[in-house]
Design a protein around this ligand. Structure first.
Ligand SMILES: [Zn+2]
Length: 285
């Protein structure tokens, strides 16, 4: 079992109380021993927003911040928002809405600029960006990389982390070199949905046992996530909200005490400058 004073962080999930389980998913997480959450805004078009400007992302970000406050109220630790633009938006803009890749890039960069305002005000912890995980043509790829670089510039400026959604890979040092070139160190770049081993960004490892074992044995900084999407139409698409605490128990049972501390205390401090132990309050619930 997980002791009461141990932080347990899910580094990447989505909550959608307007359409699905929302805060009930947070209760499930907390009941199993989960304490801290990084809540990523859902892709804008999932919320019915067909963005044509940076300002169009504001309702998506504002709703995410409200949800995070409700989630924090259920946790012995707390939740933080991570805001940005899902890289899959470029295909929607180009293929479905007729924008050129350059025009799509401009809309997405403007969305990243707005997300950076929220970080600057202290309303969000980090930025979310990336590039398509599927094959796209060169112009779309270039435009996507330009959006990601914009996020790195803001990350450097604000000294905040950037979570990436990107292609499956174990070698992404080119990307962290781009970040470093504008002043964002590699340890502020996180690849979400990662395997257990990755060169370049910090891996946010999907909570499958083989991936976790690889990350634990490797001994390098890593985070744990479910990418729970809280979508009634895709119930089996991702891991459920109880998975991170369950896998923490499993790691502890298998002697991976150090890896658990790595993923839930040390790496969160390294990447986000958050203190998951100090933010753990003894709630009398
Ligand atoms: Zn996600």
């Amino acid at each position: 079992m997980i002791d009461d004073d141990r932080p347990v962080l899910d580094n990447h999930l989505h909550l959608d109380p307007d359409n699905h389980r929302g805060i009930d998913a947070v209760r499930d997480f907390a009941h199993m021993g989960g304490t801290h959450l990084l809540v990523i805004n859902k892709p804008s078009w999932h919320l019915g927003v067909e963005a044509a400007s940076g300002d169009d992302f504001r309702p998506v970000f504002d709703r995410t911040i409200e949800i995070v406050a409700d989630a924090s109220a259920e946790l012995d630790g707390r939740a933080w928002p991570v805001l940005g633009v899902h890289p899959g938006l470029i295909s929607r803009l180009v293929d479905k809405r007729g924008y050129t890749p350059e025009a799509a890039r401009d809309i997405m960069q403007a969305g990243i600029d707005v997300a950076a305002e929220y970080v600057d005000r202290g309303d969000a912890l980090a930025l979310k960006s990336g590039r398509p995980h599927y094959d796209v043509d060169d112009a779309v790829w270039e435009a996507s990389n330009a959006v990601m670089r914009r996020a790195f510039e803001h990350g450097a400026d604000l000294d905040c982390a950037v979570q990436l959604h990107a292609e499956a890979s174990e070698e992404m040092t080119e990307v962290t070199d781009w970040a470093a070139a504008v002043g964002l160190p590699a340890h502020r770049v996180v690849k979400h949905y990662a395997g257990g081993r990755l060169a370049g960004p910090i891996p946010s490892v999907m909570c499958e046992k083989d991936r976790l074992e690889r990350a634990a044995d490797r001994g390098e900084p890593f985070l744990m996530e479910t990418d729970y999407i809280d979508d009634p139409d895709r119930p089996g698409a991702v891991l459920g909200p109880k998975t991170v605490p369950r896998r923490v128990s499993w790691l502890l049972e298998n002697g991976h005490e150090e890896a658990v501390r790595n993923a839930h205390v040390e790496t969160p401090a390294l990447v986000y400058d958050i203190d998951t132990e100090a933010t753990l309050t003894a709630n009398d619930r």
